[in-house]
Design a protein around this ligand. Structure first.
Ligand code: SDX
Length: 428
C-alpha cells in the first residue's frame, strides 16, 4: 500500500502520493496539487523542493555522504580516473577496459579547437574574468557545430557532441590562461593523457613541454573527480532548466558556467583565497573575522563555510584538506594562508554560532590553496571547478532529455498591484 499525505484545504481533504527513493528519501508528489485545489507551494531557493528524480548522484547532508551512481566518492577519488568517472556519471556504469579506452581515444581526438575561436579573444579586455570568457567560448561552440542544435539528434550525434565538449574544454581553458598572459597557446599532444595534456597546455611553452611530478597530476585527478557532480546544485539546476527548453548542450553548459561563477557557489574558491589573503594582510587575527562573520550588520561571510545540503562535514573537503597537506609537502610549498585556513577552521568549528547553524568547511575551503600551489592564478580557480563539473552537467542534461522532462517553468505568488486605471501622461 503506497504511503499518502493529506492536506486539509477549504473543508476538503486532499490526498497526495508519497514517493520513496532508493536511499529511502521521501517526497510528497504535488504534481496534481494546483489542478485539485488551485493552490501552489512556495519555497524560496527550493530549500525543501525537489525539481526532478535523478539516478546520478546521492548526497546525505546529515551523514556527509556523497556517491556517484552508487560509488562512494572516497573510493572514486582514491582509485578512479577523471574520464572513467565522467563515463560513469554520463552513462551510468563503470566502463569496461576496452570501452574506457575507446572513450578516451574519442575525447583525445576532439581536443583541438577551431582556430577561428581565437578571434573571440581579441574582443576581451585583457583583465576580463576567465569565467566570462569560458561561458562565451563554450556557448560559441554551437556556431562551429550546428548539428548540435537539433533537439532530436540521434544517440550517435549526442555522443559526438558530448565527447566534443569534454575534449575541447581543457584546450579552451588553457587558451584563456595563455591569452591572459599574452603568451602563445600550446596545443594538445595526441599521445598524452587528458590531465597531463591539460597541465602542459596551461604551464608548458611552445616547443618546451612541461612534465609534471606524479603528485601534481594526481592532485588534479582528485580535484576534478571531487568536483564532477553534486546533484541539483545551483549551476546544475541551471543546466537542466536551460536544457529543458531544448536548448543545445553548449548553450546549457554555458548557462551553468555563469551560475557557477557566483561567489556563493563555485566562485567561492576564489573568494576563499582572497579572504585568507585579507586576513593574513590584516595581521592574521582569525577571531576578528569569525566575529565579523557572525555580525548580522556586517555583509562579510566566511567563504568556503556552510552548505545548503551538508549539515555535517562536506566529504570532499576532508579529501581535499588531506591532498592539500600532501601536495604542499611534496612540492615543498609553505603557503602562510594554509595555516590561517586551519586556524580559521578550528576557530569556527568550536564557535557556537557555527555549531548551531551546522556550518562546516565545504569543497571550496581548501581547493584554492592546492590550485595556487599548483601554479594557477586565483581568477582561474572557478574555471577549474567548471572543468571538473562538466561531466556532471552533461550527465544531468542527458538524464533530463532521456526522461523527456517538461520545460521548467515555476509558478509564483503575485504580490504586486491589483488592477489600476491607466492615467494619461498630461494628467499624472
Ligand atoms: C558550492 O549546492 C551545492 O552542492 C554547491 C556545491 C557544489 O558542489 O555544486 O557544493 C559548491 O557552492 C559550495 C558552497 C560555496 N559557497 C560558499 O562557501 C559561500 C559561503 N557560504 C554561504 O554563503 C552559505 O553557506 C551557502 C550559500 C553555501 C548556503 O546558504 P543557505 O543554505 O541559503 O543558508 P543560509 O544563507 O540561509 O544560512 C543559514 C544561516 C544564516 O544565519 P541565520 O539567518 O540563521 O542567523 O547560516 C548563516 C546565515 O547567515 N551562514 C553563514 C555562512 N553560511 C551560512 N554565516 C557566516 N558565514 C557563512 N559562510
Amino acid at each position: 500500500m503506497s504511503e499518502k499525505a493529506y492536506i486539509k484545504l477549504n473543508n476538503t481533504e486532499l490526498e497526495l502520493p508519497i514517493l520513496t527513493g532508493t536511499e529511502n528519501e521521501k517526497a510528497i508528489d504535488i504534481t496534481k496539487l494546483r489542478d485539485q485545489s488551485g493552490y501552489i507551494t512556495l519555497d524560496a531557493g527550493f530549500k525543501n523542493t525537489g525539481a526532478t528524480k535523478s539516478a546520478i548522484t546521492f548526497l546525505d547532508g546529515e551523514r556527509g555522504i556523497l556517491k556517484y551512481r552508487g560509488y562512494n566518492i572516497e573510493d572514486l577519488a582514491e582509485r578512479s580516473t577523471f574520464l572513467e568517472v565522467a563515463y560513469l556519471l554520463i552513462y551510468g556504469d563503470l566502463p569496461s577496459k576496452d570501452r574506457l579506452e575507446e572513450f578516451r581515444t574519442d575525447i583525445k581526438s576532439k581536443m583541438m579547437v577551431h582556430e577561428d575561436m581565437k578571434m573571440f579573444f581579441a574582443g576581451f579586455p585583457s583583465k576580463s574574468h576567465p569565467m566570462g570568457q569560458l561561458s562565451c567560448l563554450v556557448g560559441a561552440l554551437s556556431a562551429f557545430y550546428p548539428e548540435s542544435l537539433n533537439p532530436n539528434m540521434s544517440e550517435e550525434e549526442e555522443y559526438k557532441t558530448i565527447i566534443n565538449l569534454i575534449g575541447k574544454m581543457p584546450t579552451i581553458v588553457s587558451w584563456i590562461q595563455k591569452k591572459s598572459l599574452g603568451h602563445p597557446v600550446v596545443y594538445p599532444k595526441k599521445d598524452w593523457g587528458y590531465i597531463d595534456n591539460f597541465m602542459n597546455m596551461i604551464f608548458g611553452e611552445v616547443n618546451c613541454d612541461k612534465v609534471f611530478d606524479d603528485a601534481v597530476l594526481d592532485a588534479m585527478r582528485v580535484l576534478l573527480i571531487l568536483h564532477a557532480d553534486h546533484e541539483q546544485n545551483c549551476s546544475t539546476s541551471t543546466v537542466r532548466i536551460v536544457g529543458s527548453s531544448n536548448a543545445n548542450l553548449y548553450a546549457s553548459v554555458s548557462a551553468g558556467i555563469n551560475a557557477l561563477w557566483g561567489p556563493l557557489h563555485g566562485g567561492a574558491n576564489q573568494a576563499v583565497i582572497e579572504m585568507l589573503e585579507d586576513i593574513k594582510n590584516d595581521g592574521g587575527d582569525v577571531n576578528k573575522y569569525i566575529t565579523k562573520a557572525k555580525d548580522k550588520n556586517d555583509p562579510f561571510r566566511l567563504m568556503g563555510f556552510g552548505h545548503r545540503v551538508y549539515k555535517n562535514f562536506d566529504p570532499r573537503a576532508r579529501i581535499i584538506k588531506k591532498a592539500c597537506d600532501d601536495v604542499l609537502e611534496k612540492l615543498g610549498v609553505n603557503d602562510p594562508v594554509l595555516d590561517i585556513a586551519k586556524q580559521l577552521e578550528q576557530a569556527a568549528l568550536s564557535d557556537q554560532y557555527f555549531i548551531d547553524r551546522k556550518l562546516y568547511p565545504n569543497v571550496d575551503f581548501y581547493s584554492g590553496i592546492i590550485y595556487r600551489a599548483l601554479g594557477f592564478k586565483s581568477d582561474m580557480f572557478t574555471v577549474l571547478f567548471a572543468l571538473g563539473r562538466l561531466p556532471g552537467w552533461i550527465a544531468q542534461w542527458k538524464e533530463m532529455r532521456d526522461n523527456k522532462e517538461p520545460i521548467g517553468r515555476p509558478r509564483q505568488l503575485y504580490i504586486g498591484e491589483t488592477e489600476r486605471e491607466y492615467v494619461p501622461l498630461d494628467k499624472r
